[in-house]
Each structure stands twice: as structure tokens, then as C-alpha cells.
Design a binder for this molecule. Structure first.
Ligand SMILES: [Zn+2]
Length: 473
């Protein structure tokens, strides 16, 4: 599992620490491969192209033991090692990897006698973990054999991976959130949940036995070194605070406490490991038996990028992350009105999440559908329109349904349903799509994407597509 994990780490985001102001040589940046500096001779340079780090393909390929060939006539770079063959064509955003089409954020560029390619492509397709030291201007590449787990891979979420001490847990709590007067606790594995009320002050206690905090928990919810944390709740008259802690070591038990402003009934349900404590209940019966299951469908909506990762930057300087979030919040608001849906957002504010954690949220919840929302950009300001991406065959039908609604709602040109090898739609296990609503590099698209009425219309279209696919009304 660990090995696969390394393969799947695509930490493109902190590479965006470069300024997003068009093309710039990245200040004589260096490349280290497994801590050995690569010799960047002649014109081979690391560059920042519209916020994408581009690195010379040949030097990296050769140092990884690939044969690198250049065909002048077709402007194609072919690299090969064992049974792996990759073909990239200058100025074309689609590469061929072992006969499969792979989309790149930005096309390879020919610089005098060297071709530069997006670092993200190199990391994803060559299975490298990448890291960027913004102070020293060094790109670090690590092969999966190098043992990245022990290296200085510290530029990630800024929250150390914690492992609970001497744990005998068989289950994990991967996230806690509170919205719509409901506490949601995402778990994996065999959890035994107990809940009860306490008074003086009034509170609801949920004990999750055999559980520990997952090592990604602290990426989304605060957790200190003593394995305790809390969420301040505002805007809900019944609740003042949510607290949680590793309450007991043996058996490993996580206790979650809802601090109430007055005594309150609740209902605890278990939807495939997503425990929901619903305070929107007035009946006086005892809590439902966890394990009952509500039969609701769960949909995870992912606003691309966030915080230090702005995504692409529009032609007038607007940031993709802000568009993604605004649209996702609107989609969430619409879907939450549907009693047949559990709606979970990977982020509901300007926070940073790694790609693997976005997929993990959906996988841990055993969600029924996953939608990642993005905006596109291209080297040419003429490119415009809407694309829907799928990666696995199981997502194709979902992609078709979503695209139909999305194109109709957006009213931009229809660029079709496409295959795209994006992490979040590849590593999720349920039908998953990535929507590129429009091009921020295009003046008209950018204006539309940041208009309130457009967002509202598109949010409705996306919600309609999700409901049609999941068969809920
Ligand atoms: Zn994006």
C-alpha cells in the first residue's frame, strides 16, 4: 500500500509558489533527482510558464535511464525504458503514454535545443514525487525507490503526519465536520459507535471504539500533539462547540462531544461509515441504532486548488481557486436541500488540501459520486468553452450526464467529454468527473465564470446532473 501511495503522490501544488505572471525563467533553479543535482547544461532551464513549472525533459529522462529521441520533422520527443513509451509533441497538450492519451495542463514547449514539459506530467507519468524549495529555488524529484517517507518532503500540508501511540485500533476517523445542524464523522474500518447525553452542561457524547485519527485527519481539522482538537461553531443556536480527542488508549477510543446551549434530542445514523448526528429532530425517541443506514446517497464535491495553490490565473488576474469555491458552495447549497443526499465538500473555504486527501475523503465515505470543479487555461487566449473529464470507464456515463447539463447551463462552446488522467478522478473509487467549466485565459469565459448569475445557473446544472445520475429527485 505504501509503495502505491508514493506512486500516487503528485504534489504539484507547492510548485505554484512561483509568481503567476506569465513566463519567467525560474531564477536559475536547480533540479535534484534523489538528492543528486542534475547537470542543466546549455539552454536547459527550469521555467515558470503561467504558473506551471516546466522542466527540461531530456535531462530528467536520461537520468532516470530512459532513452530519449527527438524527431525534428514532427517535433516529437519519444522516451522509452523497458515497456514504457511516452511520446510528447511540442505545442500539443495531449501526450501518448503506452498508447493512452494523457492530458497536460500546458503543452510541451521547444526552447532552442531543448523541450520543456510540465513538472506535473513528469511526476504523474514517471511516478516521481516532487517537491519545491522556494527559498533555494530547487526542484526535488524522488523516485519511488528512494524512500521519500524519510526525506525532507516537508512542503506539504504543513501538518505533520501523526500516528497514534501504541495503537490497537482497527478503524480510523478521517474527518469531522458540522453543517446544517448535523455533525458528520467519517470513518473507515470496523468502528463501534456509542452515543449518550450528558447534562451540566448539556452535551452529546459519541464514543468511537477501536478507532484512531487517520494520519490525514489533521489536514482538514485541527488536531494537536495530544490528539485533541475542536471546532468552533457559529450560526447554529443549539451548539457552541465540537470537541474531539483520543479519549482512551486501550481500547483506542475517540470521543466526540457536542457542547449544546440547551438539552437537545438527536438522531445518530451510520451511512457506510459516515456517522451523522442530526440535531434537526424534535421527536423524543431514543437515538436510532447506528448501523441502520439511511439509504441516502453521498456525493462529494471538490473545489479544485485552495490557499497557497491558486490554480490558474485569469486574463485579468482572477484566481481559479476562488471561482471553484464560489461554484462549489452554490452547488452544495442546492444539493443540501435534497433530503435524499448527504453532501460533503472537500473544502468550504480557502484551505489547501493535497490531491490524495481529496480522493481519500470520497473513498473513506464510500461516496456514490465525486465531482471536482475547475477552470481551465490555455496558451492562446482564443481557447474557450466547457470540458468534462473522466479517467475510468466506470465514470463515462456519469461524465456524459454531467456534461449535458453543464454545457446547457454554461452556454459556452462545447469542447466535449474527454479522457483525462487526473489524480482525483483516477484514485477515487466511485464514478468521478472533473469539470473544466470554462477558460480563465479567455476574456469572455473569465467574465462569465465570475458572474453571479452564471455561477447560479451552472450550479443548478451541476446539481441537476448529479441528481439525474444518482436517480434522486
Ligand atoms: Zn484547476
Amino acid at each position: 500500500m505504501k509503495k502505491i501511495g508514493f506512486m500516487a503522490v503528485f504534489l504539484f501544488v507547492f510548485l505554484l509558489a512561483f509568481p503567476h505572471n506569465g513566463q519567467a525563467a525560474a531564477g536559475g533553479a536547480k533540479i535534484y533527482l534523489d538528492d543528486k543535482e542534475l547537470n542543466l547544461s546549455g539552454n536547459a532551464k527550469v521555467e515558470n510558464v503561467n504558473g506551471n513549472i516546466m522542466i527540461p525533459f531530456r535531462v530528467v529522462g536520461e537520468n532516470l535511464g530512459f532513452n530519449v529521441a527527438w524527431e525534428e520533422k514532427t517535433r516529437t520527443v519519444t522516451i522509452q525504458k523497458d515497456s514504457t513509451v511516452m511520446k510528447l509533441v511540442v505545442d500539443q497538450k495531449t501526450a501518448d503514454v503506452n498508447g493512452k492519451k494523457v492530458s497536460m495542463d500546458i503543452a510541451p514547449i521547444l526552447r532552442t535545443d531543448t523541450v520543456i514539459v510540465p513538472l506535473r506530467f513528469v511526476s504523474e507519468e514517471m511516478g516521481l514525487t516532487v517537491d519545491w524549495d522556494n527559498t533555494k529555488k530547487i526542484v526535488y524529484l524522488y523516485t519511488q525507490d528512494y524512500g521519500i517517507g524519510n526525506s525532507n518532503n516537508g512542503a506539504g500540508a504543513g501538518s505533520g503526519n501523526q500516528t497514534n501511540p501504541g495503537s490497537n485500533a482497527t478503524a480510523e476517523v478521517s474527518g469531522i465536520s458540522f453543517q446544517d445542524n448535523q455533525l458528520m464523522i467519517a470513518t473507515t474500518g470496523q468502528v463501534k459507535a456509542d452515543s449518550f447525553k450528558m447534562t451540566g452542561p448539556d452535551r452529546i457524547v459519541i464514543d468511537l471504539q477501536n478507532a484512531e485519527f487517520s494520519n490525514t485527519f489533521s489536514n482538514n481539522s485541527p488536531l494537536d500533539q495530544h490528539f485533541t482538537g475542536s471546532l468552533d461553531i457559529s450560526g447554529y443556536p443549539d451548539v457552541s462547540k465540537i470537541r474531539y480527542s483520543l479519549y482512551n488508549d486501550n481500547p483506542s477510543t475517540i470521543r466526540v462531544v457536542i457542547d449544546l446551549t440547551h438539552a437537545k434530542n438527536y438522531k445518530l445514523t451510520n451511512n457506510n461509515g459516515l456517522y451523522i448526528v442530526d440535531l434537526n429532530t424534535s421527536d423524543s425517541s431514543t437515538p436510532a441504532n447506528p448501523g441502520g443506514g439511511s439509504g441516502k446517497k453521498t456525493v462529494v464535491i471538490d473545489a479544485g486548488h485552495g490557499a497557497k495553490d491558486p490554480g490558474t490565473t485569469g486574463i485579468t488576474g482572477k484566481k481559479e481557486k476562488d471561482f471553484n469555491l464560489a461554484l462549489v458552495l452554490k452547488v452544495g447549497d442546492i444539493l443540501k436541500q435534497d433530503p435524499n443526499l448527504n453532501v460533503v465538500l472537500t473544502r468550504s473555504d480557502d484551505t489547501f488540501l493535497e490531491l490524495k486527501d481529496r480522493a481519500k475523503i470520497a473513498n473513506d465515505l464510500k461516496a456514490d459520486a465525486f465531482v471536482s470543479i475547475h477552470a481551465n487555461s490555455a496558451g492562446s487566449s482564443a481557447a474557450s468553452g466547457t470540458e468534462t473529464y473522466y479517467q475510468r470507464d466506470a465514470s463515462k456515463e456519469f461524465a456524459n450526464v454531467m456534461h449535458k447539463h453543464l454545457v446547457q447551463a454554461a452556454g459556452l462552446s462545447d469542447r466535449g467529454v474527454r479522457y483525462g488522467n487526473f489524480h482525483v478522478i483516477r484514485e477515487t473509487k466511485m464514478p468521478a468527473v472533473l469539470l473544466e467549466v470554462g477558460y480563465l485565459s479567455n476574456k469572455n469565459d473569465e467574465a462569465a465564470l465570475f458572474s453571479e448569475s452564471f455561477q447560479q445557473r451552472v450550479a443548478q446544472g451541476i446539481a441537476d446532473g448529479i441528481k439525474e445520475y444518482l436517480g434522486v429527485e
